[in-house]
Each structure stands twice: as C-alpha cells, then as structure tokens.
Design a protein around this ligand. Structure first.
Ligand SMILES: [Zn+2]
Length: 404
C-alpha cells in the first residue's frame, strides 16, 4: 500500500486559543480479518489530529482541526458532545457552550481524537458593585466598585490546576497575603467612604500564571493560562473604562509583596533607582514625568514633578502621615543603593505613561507590620484608605463623589 499523508484543512480563527501540540494523536495498527479463513492482512492506516488540545472562548468561535491520514479513504468527523461544540465534514469545530467534548476523525478503521474545551463567559450587561464576577473556573475575580480607584493583585493566588503546567521561566514565588491585604484595603475604603474600589484578583498561583508580564512570557503558550491572562487584563480595562466613564480620570494601584531588607513600601512610578536618585532639579528638567506611570497626573498638576513624586502632597508623604514608611517620600526620597522595584507590566500598561487619564502606581509591601497579621493588614488598610483619599482630593480634586 502506498502511504500518503492527506492534509484536510488548517486555519485558525482570531478568537481561538490553541495549545502547543501535545503528542496524543492515536496511531492504531489494525488487523483486518478477511473471508473468515483466519488470514489477516495488516492495514497500516492512522489518523493524527492537530491541534489535539483546544480551548475555544466564546459562542461560535471556531478552530479547523487538521487530520493527517495515511490512507486515501474518506474522513468522518464526530463530536461526542455537540451541545459543547459541533464539527463539520471538514474538521471545522464550532463552540456552542461551556464544557468539554472529544472530536474524532475516522478513516477506514483508524481514528484520531482531539480534546476540545469551550468557555462561554456569562453575559454581564451591568457590573454591580460588591458582587464578585469570575472568569473561567474562577481563576480570575473582579469585584466592581464605585470609587475612581482600581486595585489589582496579580501574584497572591493559591490555585494550582493540573490543566496548566508549572511555568519554567522568571520569578515563580507567590506574593504572600496580598489578596488578604487587598481585601483589608477594600474594607477600609468602604468603611471610610461608603463606597468600594474596583478589585481584580488572579487566584492562580504565580507558578501557573504571571499576569504582570506580556502574555507569551506570563502564560507560556498554555491556552488555559492565556485565557486567564486575558481575563485579568480585560477586567482591569473594564474597571478603568468604568472609572473614566464615571469620573473622567482616576488612580490604578498594582499590589505586590517584596522581601527586600529595608522594611518600607516601595512605590513604583516606572522610574528606576538611578532616576529617583537624581536631584529634584534634575528630575524636573529631564522629562521624567512623561516616562512615569503618573504622566497624566503630572500634566494636570500645578506642582513640580518632584513635588508630586516625593513632596509634601505625594502619595509617599500621605502614607507617612499614617505611619506607613515608603520610598519615594519626603523622609525617604531616594532608594540609593538599596533594592527597589520601580513598577512592572501592569503599571506600564494601565497607568498613564502611554496615555489615558488613569494614573498608576505599583505598591510593593514589606511583610512585618503590614501583611503579617490580620490586625496589621486592617491597620494598613485604614492608613492606605486615608492616604488614597488625601492624594486624590489633593491632586484630582475629588474622590468618593463624582465631579460630574
Ligand atoms: Zn508581585
């Protein structure tokens, strides 16, 4: 028998997420009995599907699965659960509803299978403050708020689903107790103003997802991690859209934890230590405001940039007034040679460095006295709430009440 490979079809729709190819394609040598006489004749046919692990996101999203067939018989396609996804005679799979199905291609006596998972996000027409909205498998949570404040927590999650392999690159350690600290911040803001901030949490452990890096690095080509990454970023964008709609501008905080030697908050404005180590005059003359994550705030302020960054109306100053040490601040204006985190992907993307009216700050929390006990987290939340209110009233001219 002449062996030949038939490529049935291959294309991929834009909203389809396909995994790296796993070698699950089945190759089944078949013994064919003819005439009942006991003679067997081997037919070396096989079917391999590519991709063979697929996540489709959204109703009617599609993927065309390619069948490599070693004979020239027709290929017959079936889906074990057409209420999840259907397949047509050419291998085109179409999503119907959330669930898992197996798509099989049969040719002669051989077959290959592909696992197709579908995630259809519930349609939400109006996000209600204080209600938790979850993405697929509750990996990512969004608690909408009413304040012009968005808080995200990328590294505090605890979930380790087996469908996502452990990441292999970069920093893998969890920011311990940052989810709990974010909830303490939210509680304190509600207590203080009667209104809540928008809160976005990744519940995946950092070894499964890094939502503070670009997707290729943060999800390592795994479709389930990529979907969670998109949900995390999408919820932040939804929250900022809401803030801009309601207030015109606002503040974004990306919450992290550090284990550096100096026990202080590290406030990241996308300016590294060598920039912050400059004099005020150098900072103000060097165009650093436009490189910072508070570019929009600096542009509307009557104060000099260094004043906004570390003067008596800076976020660091207002935290200091609450007994919370931070750098940069009037009493601690420069990191010097100490280790210091200046801000990451989220602060860069969701602050105002590249435009927009929502300015951003990365907050790196030390452990002792801040994250370590429930009592300390509550005390920190209370101080943070006062500092945020003072900061926004001072620079934006509003906080809990919309200016419109
Ligand atoms: Zn972190």
């Amino acid at each position: 028998m002449t062996k030949r490979t038939r490529f049935v079809s291959w294309s991929q729709s834009i909203n389809t997420v396909v995994s790296r190819r796993f070698s699950l394609g089945l190759t089944l040598p078949l013994l064919f009995a003819c005439g009942g006489g006991g003679t067997t004749e081997p037919i070396g046919s096989s079917v391999e599907l590519s991709p063979d692990v697929v996540l489709l996101v959204g109703v009617e999203s599609t993927v065309a699965i390619q069948a490599s067939v070693t004979d020239d018989l027709p290929v017959e396609w079936t889906s074990t659960n057409p209420s999840v996804a259907t397949v047509d005679g050419g291998g085109l799979v179409t999503a119907v509803d959330t669930g898992t199905t197996w798509v099989t291609a049969r040719s002669g006596g051989a077959y290959g299978t592909a696992q197709v998972k579908v995630w259809v996000s519930p349609v939400v027409t109006d996000y209600k403050p204080g209600i938790s909205y979850f993405g697929r498998r509750q990996y990512v949570e969004y608690v909408p708020g009413e304040l012009p404040l968005v808080i995200s927590v990328p590294h505090g999650g605890a979930l380790k689903p087996i469908e996502i392999p452990d990441r292999t690159m970069g920093v893998l350690v969890t920011d311990a107790l940052t989810v709990e600290t974010a909830h303490a911040m939210r509680d304190a803001l509600v207590q203080r103003t009667g209104k809540a901030p928008h809160l976005i949490i990744s519940h995946l452990k950092r070894i499964k997802l890094e939502p503070n890096r670009e997707i290729a690095f943060g999800a390592e080509d795994n479709p389930y991690a990529e979907n969670a990454w998109n949900e995390f970023q999408g919820y932040i964008e939804s929250a900022e859209d809401r803030v801009v709609h309601d207030f015109g501008s606002g503040l974004y905080l990306d919450l992290h934890a550090h284990a550096h030697e100096v026990a202080r908050l590290e406030l990241g404005y996308l300016l590294n230590a060598s920039a912050l180590n400059l004099s005020d005059a150098e900072l103000n003359a060097g165009g650093y405001a436009d490189l910072s994550s508070i570019r929009a705030l600096a542009a509307t302020s009557t104060l000099s940039f260094s004043h906004v960054l570390r003067g008596d109306q800076s976020f660091g100053a207002l935290l200091g007034a609450q007994g919370i040490p931070s750098v940069p601040s009037p009493t601690d204006p420069r990191p010097g040679t100490d280790k210091y985190f200046s801000g990451g992907y989220n602060t860069n993307r969701h602050g105002s460095r590249h435009g927009g009216t929502v300015s951003g700050i990365q907050i790196e929390l030390h452990y002792r006295g801040i994250r370590d006990t429930d009592e300390n987290r509550r005390a920190f939340g209370t101080g943070l709430a006062a500092a945020v209110e003072g900061y926004m009233v001072s620079h934006w001219g509003f906080f809990a009440v919309s200016p419109k």
